[in-house]
Ligand binder design. Structure first.
Ligand code: NDP
Ligand code: MG
Length: 387
């Protein structure tokens, strides 16, 4: 029997879709992982449930209001911290081995940088961080020699397909896209679709923002930028194809035209666990094995750029670089929030993003403060226009 080494985890965004599935993975391996610290935004009820189950020592909350609400209802002896730096504080905690960043949005940026500087093992779901400040995050990761282990299923697939291979022998990365909730609708049919329609994803059960991003195809656009930074590969060598079944999670074509793909059922616990255990694998008894003979056929289609302009905006902003991806991400976060509140229509999302990109004067190599400033300004202007 090998020696069992317990790893303690700080889980940022514990109450979200990735957060809850991470808790599930932790609970399946009580001798390997413990939830030492967690953070959440507003969902006190779910947080209380996780605290009862997993008994973390530290909980980071978004603000004083949530702090008070949690404190009033809590029986467990937990240290609660709140405020702007709380996410970073648990990311740097010396008792923490692994930081899982599963918050939604660029709000996770400083915590990502802190986890890197603290040389934690990082399981990384928070793609908006890499879109808004990829150059800063990767520069820090390289300087501190800290790998970012992707949780996003496509990037986990690529990470796995790269195992033992040489980066310089990669021809291209092929990202697969399910097509999202509206893949079978024409652009005309998108007029008047509802929030409820948008949240009905055919293959994956995810948080609201990423489900809308999948329907606009911005999710794939963000993932193209995420892949560019994570795998240090030019945009010209990243291709997106539509694959309705979400069985092949992504692939790499090598210089000899060999393609290596990673397959699995659409179950995020598989890439979450791989990011926790890399380079090892553990059993995941509650996930279903893929039965290819039951699926029978897999389908692949070329992406229709005119149908999904958000994908083009992301490629363009990524290639332009500088502060353009920061604007892309902030405008998208603001537009999706407005759509979810019923303030704008589905097709307005792309109009809002296009306008924000068109009216921005690019800044080359923005530093952290400049990125946060632009991120704030872009959101503020959009909210002023619609609220
Ligand atoms: P959810 O919206 O379900 O969860 C987001 C989490 O972040 C919640 O715990 C939420 O807290 C917390 N949060 C939100 N805003 C703040 C804030 N201002 N301060 C502190 N915490 C905050 O999102 P998902 O789990 O779907 O996605 C999380 C990340 O993972 C995203 O970057 C997404 O793109 C990525 N991802 C998700 C996948 C999925 O299957 N869901 C797949 C691949 C990537 P609360 O709810 O308590 O307010
Ligand atoms: Mg993905």
């Amino acid at each position: 029997m090998g020696r069992i080494i317990m790893k303690s985890i700080a889980l940022l965004g514990a109450t979200g879709s990735i957060g809850k599935q991470t808790v599930d993975v932790i609970r399946q391996h009580p001798n390997k992982f413990e939830l030492y610290a967690m953070s959440f935004g507003e969902n006190v009820e779910e947080a209380l449930h996780i605290i009862k189950q997993c008994k973390p020592k530290v909980v980071a909350v978004k603000n004083e209001r949530v702090y008070q609400s949690l404190k009033d209802q809590l029986d467990e002896p937990v240290r609660i911290i709140s405020g702007k730096d709380a996410l970073s504080e648990i990311s740097a905690d010396p008792n923490v081995d692994i930081v899982v960043n599963a918050v939604m949005g660029s709000v996770g940026l400083r915590a990502t940088l802190t986890a890197i500087e603290s040389k934690k093992h990082i399981a990384f779901a928070n793609k908006e961080t890499l879109v808004t400040a990829g150059h800063l995050v990767m520069e820090a990761a390289n300087r501190h020699n800290v790998p970012l282990l992707p949780v996003d299923s496509e990037h986990s697939a690529i990470y796995q397909a790269l195992n033992g291979e040489k980066r310089e022998q990669v021809n291209k990365i092929i990202l697969t896209a399910s097509g999202g909730s509206f893949r079978d609708k024409s652009r005309e049919e998108l007029e008047g679709v509802t929030v409820e329609d948008a949240l009905n994803h055919p293959n994956w059960n995810m948080g609201a923002k990423i489900t809308v991003d999948s329907a606009t195809m911005m999710n794939k656009g963000l993932e193209v930028i995420e892949a560019h930074w994570l795998f240090d590969i030019p945009y010209e060598q990243i291709e997106v194809i539509q694959h309705r079944e979400s069985i092949i999670h992504s692939m790499i074509e090598y210089v000899d035209h060999s393609i290596i793909a990673q397959l699995g059922t659409p179950d995020m616990r598989i890439p979450i666990q791989y990011a926790l255990t890399y380079p090892d694998r553990l059993t995941l008894s509650e996930s279903k094995a893929l039965q290819l003979t039951e699926i029978g056929k897999l389908h692949f289609e070329k992406m229709d750029e005119a149908r999904f302009p958000c994908l083009t905006y992301a490629y363009t902003a990524g290639k332009q670089g500088g502060s353009m991806p920061t604007v892309l991400n902030a405008a998208n976060e603001a537009a999706v929030a407005l759509f979810l509140k019923g303030k704008i229509s589905f097709l307005d999302i792309e109009r809002v993003i296009e306008r924000a990109l068109d009216s921005h004067n690019k800044i080359e190599k923005p530093n952290l403060e400049t990125i946060e400033l632009i991120d704030n300004e872009v959101r503020k202007r959009i909210f002023q226009d619609y609220l």
